[in-house]
Design a protein around this ligand. Sequence first.
Ligand code: VGL
Ligand code: ZN
Length: 218
Amino acid sequence: MHTDPGHHFSGARHRLRRMRVLKLNPETDAVLAVDVQRGFMPGDAPGYGELPAPGGDRVAAPLAALAGHVSIFAASGDSHPADHSSFKTRGGIWPAHCVAGTPGARLHPLIEQALTPGWFFAKGTTRDADAYSAFAVSDLADRLRQAGITRLLVGGLVTNVCVLATAMDALAAGFEVVVLTDACAAVQAAGVPTGQEALAQLRESGATLTTSSALTRG
Ligand code: VGL
Ligand code: ZN
């Protein structure tokens, strides 16, 4: 008979980790708001609706509510050239979105307010290169380390593309990663995992999944 005690044990560990109440540490925790940009919001306000994530407009408030609990509130944003290689017009899989200097590239107003000056990271700026991860194209990891940050509270848009890539890179760079499930929203697209698959991958890779309200409660 085949038994797999190692697998059983790691399952129990996962459950324990999920139940542990996380205590925020403003010295060593930073918020990373991934691509909470108007182009990813549903609706028809200026810039909205370019590549809409259902529920995308609900992620900004829970992220912004964490700003008072950490010393660094960092944000990334797509800042694509108008002919970026990820756009359908160039054979990519996405409608045009978040073109540099247009309303769609602006952050959600609540994230603009919460942002620590100097902690905005533009990505996807190169015409022929995809840049889903906020860590791929910047000195983000070094900047965070130099600021004494060891744990990242990650949310934003979209769960199954840039949040996934960013959080996986954060884990690979040695940060503890907490994914805020109430502060993420996914899109459906061929060739990318679903939002649930992305969250499962992140949990299996060592991220902790929780909600922003669980972190600030009590
Ligand atoms: C994203 C698709 C294309 C994201 C960016 O921010 O998740 N998704 N570009
Ligand atoms: Zn993009």
